[in-house]
Design a protein around this ligand. Sequence first.
Ligand SMILES: [Zn+2]
Ligand SMILES: [Zn+2]
Length: 409
Amino acid sequence: MLKREFNLSLFVKRLFSKYYNSVSNFFIPKKLERREFGFIFFDGELMRRHIAFRDASDFLSFIRSNVPKHIYYSSAYYEYPDADNMNDKGWLGADLIFDIDVDHIPTPCKRYHDSWKCLNCGGEGTGNVDVCPYCGSERLRKKTWVCTFCLDTARKETLKLLDFLIEDFGFDRSELEIFFSGHRGFHVHIDSDAVLEMGQDSRREIADYVRGLGIDNSFFLRKSRKGLYRYVYNYDSPGWYRRLIRGIYSFLLKSSEDSLERANVLTPRIKNLLEQLSVLGPDAILESELSLREWKTLMENGISEESCIIDEKVTIDTKRLIRLPDSLHGKTGLRVAKLTYDELENEDILKKSIVFTKGVMRIYTTRIPRKVLDYDFGEIKSGVLEVPMYLGIYLLQNGGDDISLIKIL
Ligand SMILES: [Zn+2]
Ligand SMILES: [Zn+2]
């Protein structure tokens, strides 16, 4: 085992310092002097905020000499960004921000890397739970990790979001900035005069829209004959009118009579629709006459196919601090990487964000998650392992007592 003096935090800070002092073309937010900054440093857990900078070089020399563990900046612009009281800052507007975090999305891989322990009854298990299944307590200590499957799930969700923003809201691709968060998901920033002065209520409307909330069946259906209804719109219709056809279609495509039966959805008319689907494609939906109840079930499933899982709090908040692009995530050591639409769609996200490519760590573990980042440890549960530097940093910083460093090779 390594000598006691080894200080992981200091080691990571040195690596971060090397990065911040050598990186070129570092991301500088638009109107930097109007933004509030917040930092968490290596020697404390608390965020120091209400900090502002005159210009880019003022900011860069600060991060190069102080080497923060986490760097945040405001989506908002202020007259006095360094005022200690939010009410004294003089809010001038804010970018529109979306946050997609795999923490909010159920993925099957969580049972391979996440675990929990109940602080009330001592029960434990794998995967993700909100309350202890044994005693119902919410006092849980969770250990969560991210793997490439998680990232891929979040990537698909982000592509859904971009489709909403481009197709339904009419934003140009050039107005959308896409970032890997350096941990569990993606951020999309919209930098456009059209959103700048929007208040919380308008932002909430947008969040609700992409989440598919508040869709009223009666706007989509028209009575055809006694007790039966038809769908009013078609593929040329805008927004959710068209999306819902696509959503119902993809729901039915992946359903079988058996699965619909089990879900209590199958009726003679829906069975008929399912048969027609193979002949007519989505037209079968437009030609169907169904009861309100049948439509309601199909529409609910169609909405969950099409809607997007975002953290709405981030979108609604007009004074939020968000992670700075190009900064390093203090927990993972990964870079908050800017991505083009095509990169998001086609490229290896981790490759774009791994900074510490050199070196190997020999670690000792009493319990290792099976999947972490792009690694699959298979049946290995404990023992001595050699892992690349970027993975070692994440494992050591996130593994608590389960993982310790033996040697840097
Ligand atoms: Zn319990
Ligand atoms: Zn995963």
